[in-house]
Write a protein that binds this ligand. Structure first.
Ligand SMILES: [Mg+2]
Length: 355
């Protein structure tokens, strides 16, 4: 969590999803703080540009003087983009509080709701298929009112995963959309074979099918060869990477996460690029932040939530005033900013104040 306080005592809260946290904190405290302190929080775009400029070698040289290697904070690209995310999200929270508006409205949105899917469907403790538990878990999400559920694939031979997907489809019935997340498990040929095997089961999207090293050009070949929509973007750091996923990887669902890289300011640019290509936005987790964005943009598609508290204890314990999720819909409040605060007990349990 990042807190930005104004001289008038208003506090904006940002959230970072990244690691190692020690490096991100170092970048925030020793690098970015001096750029942010004293600035007008309403000038979030200008501030973003100043922070982002530090990611280029000359401007960012001060991040790693001692090592004689000025490039991008000594190679800490994801950590710098994560640090920017924390500051930028806190700035948008501050802007909302200063102007007395929820972020979804500040962005020009006209509604305070966003559809959500229930995410889970992991393998058993030893990586086994765990079909009975999987079916039971997915059925529990459907019983909560979710019409879209997500499960993992790619951890077992394709035939075993097909059995898992078939079991969920048989149990859930035709009205439920099943999303599959492969977490970069396959090479090109296996991804195409897997997708074709999954196709009969009414799959909403096939997420990050390819190993990290061929996740753009190779994914383009996969997208071209299969009928299921491909989804990706959670591993991207900026609009240019997302542009390449759209133009060269043929994805139809963009999963760029503002908490991981660049914050709201970068996310909006990714969303605009996606909209121009008919690609929809479906960020991961942090509905208390991403909900505002999905609700506001015209191509906001769906949000990920984890109904199982073991999967997302922070969602359960860290926040006050977080949005309600009922029947697969996230309901945002009218409270200024992102509308959430930090729960003192949750903070005591999970947080360490570092500066
Ligand atoms: Mg994923």
């Amino acid at each position: 969590m990042v807190e930005l306080r104004t001289n008038e005592g208003v506090t904006g809260i940002g959230e970072i999803h990244g690691r190692p946290m020690e490096k991100i904190v170092e970048i925030l405290r020793d690098g970015f703080a001096s750029t942010v302190i004293g600035r007008n929080p309403l000038e979030s775009e200008a501030l973003y540009n100043d922070l982002f400029a530090c990611t280029c070698s000359r401007q960012g040289a001060r991040f790693h003087r001692g090592g004689g290697q000025p490039h991008f904070g000594g190679g800490a690209k994801p950590q710098m983009m994560a640090a920017i995310a924390g500051i930028d999200i806190a700035l948008w929270d501050l802007k909302g509080k200063l102007l007395g508006q929820p972020v979804w409205r500040l962005l020009g949105g006209g509604k305070s709701t966003a559809p959500a899917y229930a995410s889970g469907g992991y393998y058993g403790p030893e990586g086994e298929a765990a079909i009975d538990a999987l079916v039971e878990e997915m059925a529990s999400y459907v019983a909560l009112g979710y019409s879209t559920v997500k499960m993992k694939v790619g951890g077992l031979p394709i035939s075993a995963d097909v059995e898992r997907v078939r079991a969920v489809r048989d149990s859930a019935g035709a009205g439920v959309t099943i999303l599959l997340d492969a977490n970069q498990a396959y090479d090109i040929q296996s991804a195409i074979a897997a997708a074709r095997a999954f196709e009969p089961y009414g799959i909403g999207w096939f997420e990050e099918p390819l190993h990290w090293y061929d996740s753009v050009f190779g994914l383009g070949q996969v997208s071209h060869a299969i009928s299921i929509a491909t989804a990706s973007g959670e591993s991207e750091l900026h609009r240019w990477g997302c542009r390449d996923l759209i133009e060269h990887a043929g994805i139809r669902v963009m999963q760029f996460d503002c908490t991981r890289a660049g914050g709201v300011t970068e996310w909006l640019k990714v969303a605009a690029c996606a909209a121009a290509h008919g690609v929809v936005m479906a960020p991961h987790h942090d509905a208390q932040i991403h909900g505002h964005l999905v609700a506001a943009v015209p191509n906001g598609h769906i949000l990920e939530v984890f109904p199982n508290p073991l999967r997302d204890p922070l969602w359960e314990e860290l926040f006050t005033g977080r949005p309600n999720v009922t029947n697969g819909v996230v309901h945002l409040s009218d409270s200024p900013g992102f509308g959430f605060g930090l729960n003192a007990i949750g903070m005591q349990k999970y947080a360490t104040r570092v500066c």
